[in-house]
Design a binder for this molecule. Structure first.
Ligand code: SAH
Length: 354
């Protein structure tokens, strides 16, 4: 049993089952035993890898996207260049390198990173050495200025609640003690106004998920873009409208049952892009767009060809594999999606379906 499993078991024995969201929140961000609080989980030696860790092309293209939006909005003299959940800081480093040559952009951009994990803040500090960075706990603390924001695989790490439809309403999935081990159970059924809109497209026995923390974060980001201008680009895995159990644990690049190693495995869930889009009011919200299509439209193939010129052997092979991994429909190309937020009335942002 992991130390966090012991702690949670004692707590559940004393005060009863906890929701999946409480479980996920503790597993990821418990101050002493949380997965992100205690380690750098990325890369081949870690537990999983993400688009910016796969290839520099991802961050470069996102950087150019942000630069184009900045130019389209009249190149404001001061902008907040922000990232939610920056991991190792690789994406921001690639964004900054790709935009270095654009006159005025680095002078205008003040980098703000919203990061909950002290361990990862330290890694980001190293990756972004030489840049002036401000760290924040919450997006509410961002400065009042035009906002250029990216978030890659941030929303999939926010705790989800799970509800199983029942003839008498909804039963919430909980984590309790079953045969001396952590195990799943269900609360008593009750009607839930928040899920009334799911009564039409579900049947008893079906499971849906909600992500309570995502909605206020999206609303806050959209509010700032509506008032001050700018844009947000959300990239993540998931789909339009949650359906079914998508809670997933990954350790050393292999999936495992989510209750097996609390605090020692990464836990994520599919992002419900419909819920994100709905929370973003008073801005233009793009259609949810497949990541592969988006990156192709931004010119990933041309960029890949230019980079390939200087490569041979194993480096070239792995570069070709990285391009394929980011864009191919059977890899990250269609499971991963992007959503773009821009002010109403501004030009449509590049690459995203309108
Ligand atoms: N964007 C990075 C990392 C994704 S992992 C990449 O693509 O490689 C998720 C990141 O979000 C980690 O940096 C994690 O510490 C951070 N995170 C998770 N929950 C958070 C929260 N509630 N507030 C701020 N950061 C959070």
């Amino acid at each position: 049993m992991t130390p966090l499993a012991k702690l949670l078991s004692r707590r559940i024995a004393a005060t009863g089952p906890i929701t999946v969201a409480e479980f996920m929140g503790e597993c990821l961000l418990h101050p002493e035993h949380g997965y992100y609080s205690t380690r750098d989980p990325f890369g081949a030696a870690g537990d999983f890898t993400t688009a910016p860790e796969i290839s520099q092309m991802f961050g470069e293209l996102l950087g150019l996207w942000l630069a184009q939006v900045w130019l389209d909005q009249g190149a404001p003299a001061r902008v907040t260049l922000a990232e939610l959940g920056p991991g190792r800081g690789t994406l921001m480093a690639d964004i900054l390198r790709a935009t270095k040559a654009l006159p005025g952009f680095h002078d205008a951009a003040h980098v703000h990173l919203v990061e909950a994990s002290p361990a990862l803040r330290a890694v980001q500090r190293q990756t972004l050495d030489g840049h002036d960075i401000t760290w924040l706990d919450r997006p509410e603390d961002l400065p009042d200025a035009p906002l250029l924001l990216v978030a890659n695989e941030f929303f999939d790490a926010l705790p989800i609640r799970q509800f199983q439809r029942d003839p008498a309403g909804w039963r919430e999935r909980q984590v309790g003690i079953v045969d001396d081990h952590l195990g799943f159970g269900l609360s008593a059924p009750a009607p839930l106004a928040q899920l009334d809109h799911r009564l039409d497209d579900t049947a008893p026995g079906d499971l849906v998920e909600t992500c309570p923390a995502a909605q206020p974060i999206m609303a806050e980001v959209a509010r700032r873009i509506a008032i001050h201008g700018g844009a947000a680009l959300i990239a993540d895995y998931g789909g339009w409208r949650s359906y079914g159990d998508t809670l997933q644990a990954v350790r050393q690049h292999r999936p495992e049952p989510p209750l097996d190693n609390p605090g020692a495995a990464d836990l994520t869930a599919h992002v419900d892009f419909e819920a994100l889009a709905k929370a973003a009011t008073d801005v233009r919200v793009s259609a949810m767009t497949a990541q592969g299509v988006f990156l192709e439209r931004l010119g990933i193939t041309q960029r890949a060809q230019i980079l390939a010129r200087g490569m041979t052997g194993a480096a070239l092979e792995s570069h070709i594999a990285a391009h394929r991994r980011l864009t191919h429909p059977q890899e990250m190309g269609t499971l991963f999606k992007i959503l773009a937020l821009t002010p109403k009335g501004s030009p449509p942002p590049p690459g995203a379906d309108p």
